[in-house]
Design a binder for this molecule. Sequence first.
Ligand SMILES: [Fe+2]
Length: 186
Amino acid sequence: MYDIEVVKNKVKELVNEKRYEHSLLTAKEAKELALHLGYDANIAEIVGMAHDIAKDFSDEENEKWVNKYNLDKSLLDESYRKMIHADIGAIVCKEWFNFSDEMCNAIKYHTVANEEMSLLDVIIFIADKIGRVDIPEDLKDLKSIAYQDLDKAMALFLEREQVMLQSKGRDLLPGAKKLLERLGEE
Ligand SMILES: [Fe+2]
């Protein structure tokens, strides 16, 4: 139903070389995690491939999509700069490849965790973090933990993110905080 080659070619055309390599690795990690967890591996792979498709869009390009779909203009705020590619990526994948809502949501939520994450959302979120050539030191154990317990890997990532943000006088966004609280209770 979905053709990964079409998505791959489009991603290659739109992102820089390093990001393309990261997209291939994220797709691979997402596929392997899905196989391990009994989720549809083809779907996980294709969403992993597509998740950063809009990351190198120009400001003008982002604005075009925000206007076309009548999205909240605050998405274009400077403070949202690192996150907008997830919102726009979900939209372009719907329009260009007819991704299901479930697939689009996983793209939308891959940068900012939220309270109600589906299995695919978490697979893509974690695959994005471990799908790197040089995984940062504090993420090196994430992969093996993800294979033991995906929720535990998610909680661990958020805990570390929280520590890092709090050291800068900031904190997790409310949705991510709620998710961390929920995972801690389970
Ligand atoms: Fe990514």
